[in-house]
Ligand binder design. Structure first.
Ligand code: ZN
Length: 64
C-alpha cells in the first residue's frame, strides 16, 4: 500500500492509487507519495509515512 498526501489540504490516504477527488477537501488535487519504504518506519502516527518527504512537500506548497 502507498500513502498519499493531498497537496491541497495535507490529508493522507492509504491506497494503491489515490482517488480522483480528495475525500477531505473535495478537490481534484495532486497527491504526493509520502510512503516510508523502511519496514516498521512508523512515521507520523505509525502510518509508515516518510516524515522528511511529508514535511518537504508541505514546505514547498507554502512557498508557492
Ligand atoms: Zn484534499
Amino acid at each position: 500500500m502507498t500513502t498519499w498526501k493531498c497537496s491541497s489540504c495535507d490529508n493522507t490516504i492509504t491506497a494503491e492509487v489515490p482517488p480522483d477527488i480528495c475525500p477531505s477537501c473535495k478537490e481534484r488535487c495532486a497527491y504526493v507519495d509520502v510512503t516510508c519504504y523502511i519496514p516498521g518506519c512508523g512515521g507520523e502516527k505509525s502510518g509508515n509515512i516518510n516524515t522528511e518527504v511529508f514535511h518537504k512537500s508541505t514546505d514547498k506548497e507554502q512557498e508557492a
